[in-house]
Design a protein around this ligand. Structure first.
Ligand code: MN
Ligand code: MN
Length: 455
């Protein structure tokens, strides 16, 4: 059903399903603030649904449910189909990293009697949005003996939170006259972490008090920050939004909303599919999909090779056939029309809250630069699957032709010569500490992804 409002058509039962599915989604989003946390959540859900770790699997048959993890930051789950993987898969691919403030490798400084963590922002942020908002710190610290400690501070209501201060309005005459991009400098996004001086210390006594706490709580020395990966993200749970509770406010909808709906589409599938149903969750999309855990990593291809080997097919050619025969939805969020800023969109080719799953034939910038321009025959295939299953869907571009642009992982998988189409949930305030989605679109994306897997 193209471009129709989900709420207007929804039966009482469907309404209930929309709200109850979003309760599960809010719980996931609250616990999946980083790619590591999202991977952990995905593993727990997969195991609960009877998926077995690939490392423990010796052979495969249709209907088998398998998952695997890469370096604690990528996740893949598959239901083996009736056909060999060599004949292609149905893949849902989403990313689980989101914009945030990364803690630097030498983070601790003391200025004016306050201790700070220096940060380096990750992904595209509007810096002014990240001051005076409560932040939590998550991540890992690896020690030279190979052991590591997990860090999570700021989510429990009894935990302390952190933050970046902003200049008081009374003294902001100079700051307020600067353009938004310049008003807050990246190097000034320092997180305040303490103010008590250590007794008997003359120099950097506040910093020393903090290092004492780190030693006491985590058994870590200051130098252990060198092998840490700590990130600051907005603190607190995802919540209902609006008097009618029709929306979800939270950090990291981009792209955990597509990750979760894609994951559930595979985990909840009861039928043995014709083609293997796959969900793959990757890292580093917000910084270019590069490296061992980004979509450009050989990991996905290697995993396909492992699965084919379990079918008794060990040739490189089988891997190439499998990739080229695959159909994929690149599950990533889309920019919903914001009526307060409507001038950046062309209304006939934009997506709206409440109208369901969004297909972007292309993304990119300027003359579609960097986009995966999906093939029309694949769009027809997807439309048919949506209409046969009465899925509400809409289409979109990223704003007006010359307004800006962006990209997804679509083109990377497209490089394997598979059919790929961008498909996701419309988001308002994308990349802000608090993003919004419509509950109707979240549920419709889940249903649409399910329909695609069996198409
Ligand atoms: Mn995204
Ligand atoms: Mn993004």
């Amino acid at each position: 059903m193209y471009a129709k409002n989900v709420w207007k058509d929804a039966s009482k039962e469907k309404n209930e399903s929309i709200f109850s599915f979003n309760e599960d989604y809010k719980a996931f989003l609250t616990n999946a603030k980083t790619e590591r946390m999202a991977t952990k959540e995905a593993v727990a859900l997969a195991e609960k649904n009877g998926f077995k770790n690939l490392a423990d699997v010796k052979s495969v048959k249709p209907g088998d449910k398998i998952y695997t993890v890469n370096k604690d930051k990528n996740f893949l789950a598959v239901i083996i189909g009736r056909k060999s993987i060599e004949e292609g898969m149905r893949v849902l691919g989403a990313h689980i990293d989101s914009p945030r403030l990364d803690i630097k490798q030498n983070p601790l400084t003391e200025k004016g009697g306050l201790a700070y963590f220096e940060t380096h922002y990750y992904g595209g942020i509007k810096k002014y949005q990240w001051v005076t908002t409560p932040l939590a710190i998550h991540g890992v610290v690896y020690k030279k003996d190979g052991s590591h400690v997990d860090v999570a501070i700021g989510e429990d209501p009894t935990d302390p939170v952190f933050g970046v201060t902003d200049l008081l309005i009374h003294l902001s005459a100079d700051q307020m006259s600067k353009p938004l991009a310049k008003a807050i400098e990246g190097e000034d996004l320092d997180i305040n972490v303490g103010s008590i001086p250590a007794k008997g210390e003359k120099e950097e006594s506040v910093k020393k008090f903090v290092t004492g706490l780190l030693k006491e709580k985590y058994g870590m020395e200051e130098e252990d920050f060198l092998s840490s990966e700590l990130v600051a993200v907005p603190a607190g749970p995802a919540r209902d939004y609006g008097l009618d509770r029709s929306m979800v406010a939270g950090y990291g909808h981009d792209d955990k909303v597509c990750a979760y709906t894609s994951l559930r589409a595979v985990l909840d599938q009861k039928d043995v599919p014709e083609f293997a149903s796959v969900v793959v969750l990757v890292d580093k999309e917000e910084v270019g999909s590069i490296g061992a855990t980004g979509a450009q990593s050989a990991w996905f291809e290697n995993t396909v090779a492992e699965l084919l080997a379990l079918e008794g097919k060990e040739s490189n050619l089988a891997v190439r056939h499998a990739m080229a025969n695959t159909k994929m939805l690149s599950s990533d969020v889309s920019c919903a029309v914001d009526p307060l800023y409507a001038s950046v969109n062309e209304p006939h080719n934009s997506c709206y809250f409440g109208k369901g799953l969004v297909f972007n034939k292309y993304t990119g910038a300027r003359g579609k630069s960097g986009c995966n321009d999906a093939m029309p025959e694949f769009l027809a295939f997807v439309r048919k699957a949506m209409d046969e299953n009465e899925i509400h869907y809409q289409t979109s571009e990223i704003g007006k032709v010359d307004a800006g642009g962006g990209g997804t992982i679509a083109y990377i998988l497209g490089n394997y010569n598979m059919y790929v189409l961008d498909a996701g949930v419309p988001v308002l305030s994308m990349h802000a500490p608090m993003e919004l989605v419509s509950k109707a679109d979240v549920y419709e994306a889940y249903l649409g992804y399910k329909a695609f897997l069996l198409a």
